[in-house]
Design a protein around this ligand. Sequence first.
Ligand code: SF4
Length: 232
Amino acid sequence: MSKADQAQKKLRQYLEIEKAFGFDEAPKKNPRNAFAVLQPSTPSAKSEALARLEAEYQNCKLCPLSATRTQVVFGSGSAQAELLFVGEAPGLDEDKQGKPFVGAAGQLLTKIIEAINLKREDVYIANCLKCRPPENRNPSPLEIETCSPILTKQIEIIRPTIICALGKFAAQTLLATEEPISKLRGRFHEFNGIALMPTFHPAHLLLNPDDKKLVWQDMKQIAQKLGLPPKG
Ligand code: SF4
């Protein structure tokens, strides 16, 4: 069998497996995708695909953070969410509980979500990195590169209308830029064909409450794009 025939056979086998898992046969064309991603075609297929992905990585040892974490913090919320929040990495509380944004910053995020007439269960919340860096240090380039494909896959499965990048790290990672968050926030960008709004991280707001008004401006734009009733 020639190399081309072998490659075609491999592709056919791959597509058969993906189809059996409830994915369409239309890969997204985007060079930033780390996976040849095929999208789930129904709401239940989305939930199942997300659950399978979580199971696949629950004992991930692909990068050094596996040695120091308590558990992988995959993400939580609705697989059908129109709004996906992305933060940096789990902190101490998240590492203990296995859920993203459960500490003080998480409580503030819940209030921000409710301020635009949504509940936490309506949205999906994840981080760029799934394991806590020791002492909450900045993730290394290797850790980011190794873990990012998991988030990319989550995004492709959920395919939300809007991604809200919380803080400098998430915004810069998703937009592949070094522009400061103060310059990035306030307007929509684009990630793999999805509208992306960067805004300040809730942990930043706990230390800089004056910036809440800027986050509120960003959230109002998100609510408007989602067709949610205005508040305040
Ligand atoms: S941070 Fe990501 S790549 Fe590293 S061990 Fe955790 S899940 Fe795996």
